[in-house]
Design a protein around this ligand. Structure first.
Ligand SMILES: [Zn+2]
Length: 223
């Protein structure tokens, strides 16, 4: 099973991806993490990625796809995996399907209102020292404005300023349409209301995935 998580920044899809990983054992593959890791490892590919990122350009679809390809051949991805951050465009979706066309696919779109995203991201703070991310709304340890792990003063990322959040949300809405349409046609799209608690959202995701998993087992056992 290939699970694709769609949703704007602040929709909670990263958290849901982690919950899916914990519950089903399907590793969550974040393309952002893959790219950062490759840069850290200093591989040839990593150097290419670093150059592109430095120039402020987007990393080419083919390059990201190569990283995903290398990751999903690992044995832990055999039963399934969760993609977070890819595909973002129709072209990327098609490349993914060409690369691996024999996997059952489930696309989960977590939709949230702009207000909910604004509220969540406005409380986000990052630690400039250790990179930890907190939300001052639900993490009382950060009340002093310091990182509970290393004690550094927490900061707001440039990315989390309200005007940047609004612009990013607008771009997401504009670009996601073609991708959603593609998955509707394939009949693999499931929409989940993300304007609820983490537990409620995961409850919905679980019923969708349980049904998909049972359904596919039924299919494969038929002659
Ligand atoms: Zn810290």
């Amino acid at each position: 099973m290939r699970i694709i998580l769609l949703g704007p920044a602040g929709s909670g899809k990263g958290t849901q991806g982690e919950l899916i990983e914990r519950h089903y054992g399907f590793p969550r593959i974040s393309t952002g993490d893959l790219l950062r890791l490759e840069v850290q490892k200093g591989t040839e590919l990593g150097k290419m990625v670093a150059d592109v990122m430095k120039s402020g350009q987007l990393v080419a679809d083919e390059l990201v796809l190569r990283l995903i390809k290398d990751r999903i051949i690992d044995p832990d991805c055999q039963a399934g995996y969760v993609l977070d951050g890819y595909p973002r465009t129709l072209n990327q979706a098609r490349l993914l399907e060409q690369m691996e066309d024999n996997r059952q696919e489930t696309v989960l779109e977590i939709y949230v209102s702009e207000e909910a995203v604004m509220e969540r991201l406005a409380g986000r703070r990052v630690c400039p020292e250790c990179g930890a991310v907190y939300n001052i709304k639900n993490n009382k340890q950060t009340i002093e404005g310091r990182c509970p792990v290393c004690g550094a003063v927490l900061t707001v990322r440039d990315d989390d300023r309200p005007e940047v959040i609004r612009e990013r949300f607008r771009i997401y809405r504009e670009t996601i349409g073609a991708l959603l349409e593609h998955y509707i046609k394939k009949q693999v799209l499931f929409r989940v209301d993300g304007n609820r608690t983490v537990e409620e959202v995961f409850g919905s995701i679980k019923s969708i995935l349980d049904e998909r998993i049972t359904g596919s087992q039924g299919e494969s056992s038929r002659p």
